[in-house]
Design a protein around this ligand. Structure first.
Ligand SMILES: [Zn+2]
Length: 76
């Protein structure tokens, strides 16, 4: 069950992420490799993007390492 869910998320992720980053005006930085994980400071790309979240209305991105992923403050 969980495996199927993961596949569909991966399939839609790229388009959704790009759309979302465009709305946040972060697309150019993302494509230029300038977006860093808010937790471990690795460069975040399509290969390792985890979650986009907001802190004080500022968009932040973390990579998909369990450590970074799990430390995101879920506030919405
Ligand atoms: Zn990270």
């Amino acid at each position: 069950m969980q495996k199927e869910e993961r596949i569909s998320i991966d399939a839609i992720l790229k388009d959704d992420v790009l759309e979302y980053l465009t709305q946040l005006d972060l697309k150019e930085d993302f494509e230029a490799g300038k977006i860093k994980c808010n937790s471990c400071e690795d460069i975040v790309t399509f290969e390792n993007i985890g979650i986009i979240f907001f802190e004080e209305h500022i968009p932040k991105i973390v990579c998909n390492k369990p450590y970074c992923y799990q430390n995101v403050p879920i506030t919405r």
